[in-house]
Write a protein that binds this ligand. Structure first.
Ligand SMILES: Nc1nc2c(ncn2[C@@H]2O[C@H](COP(=O)(O)OP(=O)(O)OP(=O)(O)O)[C@@H](O)[C@H]2O)c(=O)[nH]1
Ligand SMILES: [Mg+2]
Length: 254
């Protein structure tokens, strides 16, 4: 069976990592997996993760000292990962770990990238307030307008996705800003994407690390990718409904 590496960037998420690891373990029962926490915290998040590691041998920790940055953390996780499939997920439970199982099944059905979406039938972005919805909507449309590879992707700016390792092999990914999925979609090698609906959750505890610098970095990233990304690619984007997801899971039979 193919193994999945779940890369989780963490910055002061002490109260979330335990629940997250338990939920990932449950969601991926029967599937070989590893969780790689790439942590830049200055609270006791790394100690909490070390405690989880005593109970769960599939959890790994890369604790960086004197270095921060979401994109560099996620890229570090990619290079450390050993799975056939690589997933990225936030630590704050806004991305429900149950979608990991559906993403895995979508890749087993031939997708090279699976992107959970808040904006297709069955999905919701209920976890965000009106101001954040507006900012994130504007960012999404700037991305879609500027980069043709994002045009048919309904939720290209989130931090939740899974892909086959080969997608990024040799891709000149740069650790700019927060939107690593945009970098992978613009520079990776793939022809088939499956989107699945999911319900974005409210952050239960801990603080948002989002700042206005993130917006500026995003605009710089998009500008750079307009030059660096191939101008044409053939991609099929398939949208699964909730029923299709259930059917695929039953057919997969584990
Ligand atoms: N390693 C590392 N992780 C980070 C850094 N900044 C943020 N993160 C993590 O990246 C993920 C996303 O950050 P959030 O603050 O939740 O950002 P967001 O989801 O856009 O914002 P909210 O909706 O307000 O939660 C979380 O798991 C953070 O802990 C960083 O500098 N280094
Ligand atoms: Mg969050």
């Amino acid at each position: 069976m193919r193994m999945v590496s779940v890369v989780v960037p963490t910055f002061n998420e002490a109260d979330n990592v335990g629940t997250l690891a338990n939920q990932i373990d449950y969601a991926l029962r029967g599937i070989p997996y590893e969780i790689i926490f790439v942590d830049d915290s200055n609270d006791d998040t790394p100690d909490r993760i070390r405690r989880i590691m005593e109970e769960n041998p599939y959890v790994r920790l890369e604790h960086r000292i004197g270095e921060t940055g979401l994109a560099t953390a996620v890229l570090k996780g990619f290079w450390l990962s050993e799975g056939d499939y690589i997933a990225v997920m936030d630590a704050d439970l806004q991305h429900p770990p149950t979608v990991l199982r559906s993403m895995y099944i979508a890749l087993e059905h031939g997708a090279e990238i699976c992107i959970p979406s808040r904006f297709i039938k069955g999905g919701s972005d209920g976890g965000l307030g009106p101001y954040r919805k507006l900012v994130s909507g504007v960012a999404r449309y700037i991305g879609k307008f500027s980069l043709p590879c994002l045009r048919h992707i309904s939720d290209p700016t989130s931090g939740l996705f899974m892909f086959r390792r080969e997608v990024i092999e040799g891709a000149p990914l740069q650790p700019i800003g927060w939107k690593i999925m945009v970098e992978v979609l613009a520079l990776g090698s793939y022809t088939k994407v499956i989107e699945i609906p999911y319900q974005f959750q409210a952050r239960p505890t801990g603080e948002s690390k989002l700042s206005s610098r993130v917006t500026i970095e995003y605009l710089a990233q998009i500008k750079g990718l307009r030059k660096r990304a191939p101008s044409h690619r053939e991609t099929r984007v398939i949208r699964w409904t909730v029923d299709k997801m259930k059917e695929a899971e039953e057919k997969y039979g584990f």
